[in-house]
Structure formats: C-alpha cells, structure tokens
Design a protein around this ligand. Structure first.
Ligand code: DAK
Length: 258
C-alpha cells in the first residue's frame, strides 16, 4: 500500500516509520491512523525492530488533528478515540521492539503514540504534554492509562490537569524517556540501539516483551508463571540451542528464528 502520510525507510532488519504531515506538525488525522494501522499490521517478517519518528525538525506528532476533531459528535468522537486506541495497542503488542525517536513536539496523541512504543528517546528539542483538557476533552488514545503507568499517578495527573508541556530533560527526570540527545544524534542513537537489539534472539525478545507488558496487570504468582512458561518456550527454539552452543564454543551465535 502506498502511504500519503508515512515515509518508510529500511536499514537491514530495522524499519523506520516517519509520520509526515508537515502542514499540521504531523497531527494525526483518521487517514494517518489507518495508515499506521495498516503499516504495523503488515510489517514484513524481516523487520526485527521498528523505529517511529516524525518528519521534519519541529514535531514528532503535535497531537490528534484538532481540525478533524472540532465538529465530531459523541458517537464520532468515540469512534475516533477507539481507532487510535486500537492502532496504538497494536504497536504496543507487536512481537518486536518499537523505539520512539521523539524529535520535537509530542503532544496529546503524539505523546500517547510515543508511550505506546516500548522505549522513548528524545532530542533536546522535544516537548511532551497532554494538553487535551485545554481543548475541553480528555486524553483519548489511552494517555491516562499509559502516562500514569510510566511516570506514576502524581506526575501524570499534574501533566494532564495542567496541560503544560515539559522539556526533554524533565521527561528524562520523571522516566518518560530513556535518554536525551542533540537533534543530529537522535536517529543515529535510535539506530544504534535497534542494531544492538537485532543482534539478539528475536523469539527471546518477543517472550520477554510479552512478560513485561502483561505482568503489570497480573498478580505476582501469575506474572512469575507467565515468565516461567515463556522461559520454557525458549528451550524449544533453535536460537536457544545455538545461543548456548555459541557461548560454549566461544563463537558468535546465529539467530534465525522469528
Ligand atoms: N491539529 C491540527 N493542526 C495542528 C495541530 C493539531 N494538533 N498542531 C499544530 N497544527 C497546525 C497549526 O494549526 C498550524 O497550521 P496553520 O495555521 O499553519 O495552517 C501548523 O500546524 C503550525 O502550528 P503553529 O503555527 O501553531 O506552530 P507553533 O510553533 O506556533 O506552535 C504547537 C506549535 C505544537 C505548540 C501548537 O501548534 C499547538 O499547540 N498545537 C496543538 C497541540 C495540541 O493541543 N495537541 C493536542 C491535540 S488534542 C479522543 C481522541 C484523541 C484525543 C482526545 C480524545 N477521543 C475521541 C476520546 C487526542 C487529542 C489530542 O491529541
């Protein structure tokens, strides 16, 4: 499928998806949400890590498209929110790691898109915020859930109730991002991190991601059982056989399994 609002690049096993709507600072309209949904649903088997970023120097994604939302009624608002929530959940549950390289404004739906990714790194020009209450709405793409989960209820409530945008250094301090770089270093650092991940066993990463994602909502015994089951599943993979043989034989492993 040809995309109107996405630019896709490939570097070995890494796919880079750039949201590109320069007239609205990459704000998410329903076409962009559908395009992202289509892209992540149809990722090819050779993609081992996905990097999501924004096109241009100013914005990652400046939110959901306010012009499109302005005249929605309750039913349409629900459908728009549900579409975004479904697409973001698909990103969160992909079998592969997803890194958000946040290059500028990540506001509203943009902050929520970054939070649906496994890891966020940012340029020192990035700004994060959930300004929705200033528009008379709540965060709608699962921001209330994921922000509180990532930074705790206190900071989440402060950001959502005040609507204020925070700078990258503050986002780093509260744990919303893992690292902050000069703008020109951001993509090389994202690719470097992705490359490091592609050197490891893909099924083991998939099972570990599933444990981390799901254990948050489980009681401790169930979380441990899930981890034990996934740990066990690794022993049915060729990657485990070669990973351990390679260590014993003092050579590099060859990981092929998906
Ligand atoms: N939507 C549409 N257009 C946007 C936009 C957005 N979110 N953000 C920026 N633009 C457009 C501007 O209108 C402007 O267009 P022109 O005037 O040139 O035609 C162009 O991008 C450049 O923006 P500015 O001229 O404003 O640029 P500045 O550098 O002065 O300011 C800014 C940059 C990012 C601080 C400012 O543009 C801004 O405050 N933008 C809005 C940020 C915002 O409020 N984002 C959150 C959107 S609300 C739900 C579903 C989803 C959501 C909620 C509920 N359900 C259905 C339950 C999610 C909501 C949101 O994300």
């Amino acid at each position: 499928m040809e995309y109107e609002f996405l630019k896709i690049e490939r570097i070995d096993g890494i796919s880079i998806m750039k949201v590109s709507a320069p007239k609205s600072l990459n704000a998410l309209n329903s076409t962009i949400l559908r395009e992202i949904g289509d892209f992540v649903e149809n990722l090819d088997d050779t993609t081992r890590v996905l990097i999501i970023t924004g096109d241009g120097e100013k914005a990652f994604v400046a939110g959901a498209d306010i012009a499109e939302m302005a005249n929605l009624n309750e039913e349409e608002g629900y459908k728009f929110g549900a579409l975004g929530a479904k697409v973001f959940r698909r990103i969160e549950t992909l079998d592969i790691p997803v890194i958000a390289a946040v290059n500028g404004f990540a506001l509203g739906g943009g902050c929520e898109l970054a939070m649906a990714c496994d890891i966020r790194i940012a340029s020192n020009k990035a700004k994060f915020g959930q300004p929705e209450v200033g528009l008379g709405i709540t965060p709608g793409f699962s921001g209330t859930y994921r922000l509180a989960k990532l930074v705790g209820q206190g900071y989440a409530k402060e950001m959502i109730f005040t609507g204020k945008a925070i700078r990258a250094d503050e986002a780093l301090r509260i744990g919303l991002v893992n690292a902050v770089y000069e703008p020109e270093e951001l993509m090389p650092k994202a690719i470097e991190m992705a490359q490091k991940m592609t050197e490891n066993a893909p099924l083991a990463i998939k099972y570990a991601k599933q444990c981390i994602n799901e254990s948050y909502d489980l009681v401790v015994e169930d979380a441990m059982e899930l981890e034990s089951r996934n740990f066990g599943k690794c022993f049915a993979t060729q990657d485990q056989k070669d990973g351990m043989a390679a260590f014993l034989e003092k050579r590099k492993p060859v990981f092929n399994a998906k």
